[in-house]
Design a protein around this ligand. Structure first.
Ligand SMILES: Nc1ncnc2c1ncn2[C@@H]1O[C@H](COP(=O)(O)OP(=O)(O)OP(=O)(O)O)[C@@H](O)[C@H]1O
Length: 130
């Protein structure tokens, strides 16, 4: 399947790219436990947000965090695949690459949890003391 085929219209190319992207997300969801955990936490956060009535600004922040987390996890998975494709032997550079990508996910996850707690604590203390 050649995406650069001039016979294929721009819209068809765009649609195919969308299908490839979607299949990447589904494949990652089926094969990566960490991605499944992030999706689960994201769904729980959305449900909690609905019930505690996040403000418009809080929704924007939460959606950015969820989108960023899932996108970062997808990039991390892509990098793991590429490294595994290049070598199955133990290589310090392969370890450095995988660990740096995992570190990126970790940094984002920690900050997301901190921001999530700040937003939620606002609502919980409001509910308790109103
Ligand atoms: N080819 C390699 N050479 C050296 N170290 C590697 C290599 N492949 C993986 N590692 C190291 O082994 C550990 C586990 O790597 P692995 O590929 O299993 O990913 P992971 O961290 O378990 O992530 P996931 O569970 O998402 O697959 C990491 O510290 C990684 O850096």
């Amino acid at each position: 399947m050649d995406l650069k085929d001039p016979q294929i219209s721009e819209w068809k190319r765009f649609y195919r790219s969308f299908c490839f992207a979607w299949s990447g997300i589904i494949h990652t969801f089926k094969t990566e436990r960490n991605f499944q955990i992030h999706v689960f936490i994201s769904i729980v956060t959305l449900i909690v947000g609905y019930f505690v009535h996040f403000t418009k600004f809080e929704w924007i922040v939460i959606l950015f965090l969820i989108g960023g987390m899932l996108a970062l996890e997808l990039i991390n998975t892509a990098l793991e695949h590429v490294v595994d494709l290049i070598t199955s032997e133990f290589k310090p550079l392969a370890k450095a690459a995988k660990d740096a990508a995992a570190g990126a996910v970790f940094v984002y996850a920690i900050l997301s949890v901190i921001i999530g707690i700040i937003i939620l604590s606002n609502h919980i203390s409001f509910e308790l003391f109103k």
